[in-house]
Design a binder for this molecule. Structure first.
Ligand SMILES: CC(C)(COP(=O)(O)OP(=O)(O)OC[C@H]1O[C@@H](n2cnc3c(N)ncnc32)[C@H](O)[C@@H]1OP(=O)(O)O)[C@@H](O)C(=O)NCCC(=O)NCCS
Length: 181
């Protein structure tokens, strides 16, 4: 395979699709026998990273997990399946969507239990930002997610700017003695 085939400038969403299935054991649950939210977030992070790795083909770090809906609890003994794919690639960052289903092993009933959006950033072994290939949405659903990802990115950028400005104002007020350090 040529280097161009290994590192194309554009990748499809299908080439990033990833999946993981876990069985929920007692160590993963709270006293009520429900899967701990933090454990589910770990599964989401890992499955999201798989899609990001497949797109970037370099190291990736999680920059944000900015939206998670916990729709219904996952029970001890359930099989949890997580599916991820890249929604949109920017310069060094990629938004990944992860959807989670739980399967009752006795009845076979499957329900959608959570969804999340994460941003991963491609870096080299020294932590320097790396450019990622662009993403080519092909189906109507992929195109919708591609468009929505841009709106969410704009919201994230606005939020980051707002937080940075708020920190600067607080630091200036502390320096001026207007508020307690
Ligand atoms: C993520 C990280 C590499 C960004 O580095 P940075 O110096 O802030 O980089 P920049 O501001 O130049 O942004 C680089 C890219 O990251 C994106 N980014 C930075 N912070 C982000 C955030 N909080 N949410 C989403 N995207 C973010 C930027 O939009 C930019 O994307 P683009 O290149 O596609 O336009 C850096 O903050 C980091 O290493 N964080 C820790 C990551 C980590 O340890 N994750 C595991 C947590 S347990």
């Amino acid at each position: 395979m040529s280097s161009q085939e290994n590192h194309p400038m554009v990748r499809t969403v299908a080439s990033t699709q990833s999946e993981m299935t876990e069985i929920i054991l007692p160590n993963d649950t709270n006293m009520l026998g429900n899967l701990l939210g933090g454990r589910l977030m770990h599964f989401i992070d890992v499955t999201g990273a798989m899609a990001a790795y497949r797109h970037a083909r370099t190291h990736v770090v999680t920059a944000s997990m900015d939206h998670i809906d916990f729709i219904q609890p996952v029970r001890l003994g359930d099989l949890v399946t997580l599916k991820s794919s890249v929604n949109r690639a920017f310069t060094s960052s990629m938004e990944v969507g992860v959807k989670v289903w739980a399967e009752n092993t006795r009845t076979g009933a499957v329900s959608h239990v959570a969804s999340a959006y994460l941003v991963f950033v491609a870096v080299d072994e020294h932590g320097r930002l790396q450019k990622v290939p662009q993403l080519k949405p092909e189906t109507p659903d992929e195109m919708r997610r591609y468009e929505d990802a841009l709106r969410r990115r704009e919201h994230r950028v606005r939020e980051k700017t707002r937080r940075t400005e708020a920190k600067l104002v607080t630091a200036a007020l502390k320096d001026a003695g207007a508020i307690e350090p």
